[in-house]
Design a protein around this ligand. Sequence first.
Ligand SMILES: NC(=O)c1ccc[n+]([C@@H]2O[C@H](COP(=O)([O-])OP(=O)(O)OC[C@H]3O[C@@H](n4cnc5c(N)ncnc54)[C@H](O)[C@@H]3O)[C@@H](O)[C@H]2O)c1
Length: 309
Amino acid sequence: MNILITGGAGFIGSHIGDALIAAGHRVIVVDNLSTGRKENIPPQAVFYEADIRDREYMENIFSQEHIEAVYHEAAQTMVPYSLAHPWEDAELNVMGLVGILELCRRHTVRKFIFSSSAAVYGDNTRVPLKETEATTPLSFYGLTKCTAEAYIRMYHDIFQVPYVILRYANVYGERQGGNGEGGVVFVFSQALAQGKEITVFGDGEQTRDFVYVKDVARANVCALQANGTEGTYNIATNIETTVNALKEMLVYIAGTPTHVHYEPARSGDIYRSVLANTKAVQDLGWEPTTKLLGGLQQTYRYFAGEVGK
Ligand SMILES: NC(=O)c1ccc[n+]([C@@H]2O[C@H](COP(=O)([O-])OP(=O)(O)OC[C@H]3O[C@@H](n4cnc5c(N)ncnc54)[C@H](O)[C@@H]3O)[C@@H](O)[C@H]2O)c1
């Protein structure tokens, strides 16, 4: 299949590209390199350096490359930025998305796969959260993901654009940047690799559901292959890990004693976050196979190598 990945030079998009190429697909990447890196893009992929909001340019790509499926990863991913710049956030995450959906409709794309987020749930303590829970986001970023989901469902209901929505928990792994959602693994790994102290906000007993990026990439391939699976799925491990436990594992992996500094909790930080993955396991035939310690070892090795460059 000819598959477009928007944001394919980014952390998650580039791993999806690797997995699709390994599965025998032809991959086309559109990325403006605002946070992504050219060296992340699989060498076999066709790359266009462009902004997804350039509608004429995108129309040409859809025509020339005969796009059959789309992974939409390009987004503004920073919660604090969304609060400081709501217009820019919505312009990319909502209007940018509508532009791509419109092209999918006109070019009769066979599947549209979207990266949504645990941010749609807000601070709901009925963990592990199922997809049926209400969406009550706490940030404009979360709100753009809810709005994007609503557009995607309506494009399906009115124009029959086939879709799968994947709500990621905290994704971590090689090529991650410090700004996005799951940044704590990046921040701790980089500090350890550089011999700096670690800062923990709050008491460190807050929990997150850390899912390894290669498992997330595999979930995306499953979402393409599975038939009759239109819908919304949590992509998560269903395992709660405290920030203190994460820090202990990374300190153990790095093998260097480090000073840990505790700061007051940041306002708006959710205390417990874990998503149920039963629906994805049943309907997509996917399950996460990477244990946290193993995934962190791969990730730390990557960041230590980057620091050494
Ligand atoms: N990292 C996580 O834990 C996490 C969790 C939930 C959801 N997500 C979602 O997954 C998707 C990918 O996130 P990521 O962590 O890989 O972030 P990332 O910043 O590494 O990737 C985003 C990519 O989009 C590109 N991009 C941004 N604006 C663009 C534009 N206007 N035109 C073209 N390209 C543009 C960037 O250059 C970058 O390569 C995002 O939609 C994000 O909201 C991520």
